[in-house]
Design a protein around this ligand. Structure first.
Ligand code: TXA
Ligand code: MG
Length: 316
């Protein structure tokens, strides 16, 4: 990955404006929330979201939390419910993430939702995060701003140490008050604790007036099997193919064309951004099989291949 110059932006009107400009242009800006620093990108922009996975060197496309300035913004993206109203009134803005069913025309990148019919939404409580979200005017996907497998950052210096040269800017808002990631509650069925975090489980149960369920063992959205099934096209996938066999569509990578091509120039960020959209488009052509060109097992290529292998795995 080419090194880029990572700017440090201050907690001022000018700093927020600059950060918002970068985000609107598809760049990556780390920003403070009350839990941890998030690595933000425009959640509607496939390429920007793909860059998050590249910068963090994440081997897998797990779904990302979508950050919003207020509850009204959440209601435009997802179907609302009585439980959502109770929890949002009690804990937003704050360290709670709600997983809710998506509305049609939500506009989020499939890289953010990992192809699920739900999205994880959060209204953070840090004033700088709120100002930034209002200035950008778009939902921001933001996992913790650390390289994959490393400790989450709670001050701007942690972010610089881990990601300098890989992201466009860090908006410095001092230390994060909460320091652990948000609690995630699933509301696409009976209320379920998906991740313990910054808001205690007991407080959530008290607000709901009943216990939270636990996810069924294999039902976690990050569990390999379940995510695979969400991506699997109807057509059979044949990976590492040098060329299509008769009757197969061909998903190319690099020079050599294809029915569709992930990136003619062999750019893995472009390929990651195109992956899910291209698979959907090829599947809509109703061929029995799709041959997929070899994608290098480096950088974002590992995440792309992980997804392709899940999509090609035998169906349950
Ligand atoms: O405190 C936080 O939540 C931090 C700060 C930056 O806001 N953000 C954070 O985001 O931890 P992220 O994107 O790393 O959280 C991703 C996790 C996934 O691993 C998954 O557990 C859950 O959120 N998640 C996201 N979308 C989901 C969905 N549709 N269904 C179930 N879980 C989902
Ligand atoms: Mg993290």
């Amino acid at each position: 990955m080419r090194r880029i110059d990572t700017q440090s932006l201050p907690d001022t009107a000018a700093g927020i404006d600059r950060a918002a400009d970068i985000l609107r242009a598809g760049g990556l800006v780390a920003f403070p929330t009350e839990t941890v620093y998030g690595l933000g990108a425009d959640a509607r922009n496939d390429t920007a979201v793909a860059r998050i996975f590249g910068a963090k060197n994440r081997p897998r496309f797990n779904p990302l939390i979508v950050h919003l300035p207020d509850t009204d913004a959440a209601k435009t993206l997802c179907h609302w419910s009585d439980e959502a109203e109770v929890l949002a009134s009690a804990f937003w803005p704050g360290a709670l993430t709600l997983v809710l069913p998506l509305r049609d025309g939500h506009g989020l990148s499939p890289l953010v939702t990992a192809g699920l019919e739900t999205a994880a939404l959060r209204v953070p409580a840090h004033p700088l995060a709120t100002s930034l979200l209002r200035a950008v005017g778009a939902p921001l996907a933001a996992p913790s701003a650390n390289p994959s497998g490393r400790i989450s950052p709670t001050v701007a210096a942690h972010v610089h140490a881990g990601l300098d040269g890989r992201i466009d800017a860090v908006l410095d808002g001092g230390a994060c008050a909460v320091g652990v990631e948000s609690t995630i509650v699933g509301l696409d069925g009976p209320p379920t604790l998906l991740r313990p975090g910054g808001i205690p489980t007991e407080a959530i149960e008290a607000a709901l007036g009943g216990p939270l369920g636990l996810p069924v063992a294999s039902g976690s959205p990050t569990a390999p099997g379940q995510l695979a099934s969400h991506y699997a096209p109807r057509a059979r996938l044949r990976l590492n193919a040098d060329e299509p066999a008769p009757g197969e569509l061909y998903l190319g990578f690099g020079p050599g064309g294809g029915t569709l091509n992930l990136s003619a120039s062999g750019d893995l960020i472009e390929a990651a951004a195109n992956l899910f959209g291209h698979l959907h488009r090829l599947d809509a052509m109703n061929a029995p099989a799709i041959a997929v060109a070899r994608v290098p097992e480096t950088g974002l290529g590992r995440a792309i291949n992980d997804r392709l292998r899940r999509a090609a795995a035998p169906r349950g």
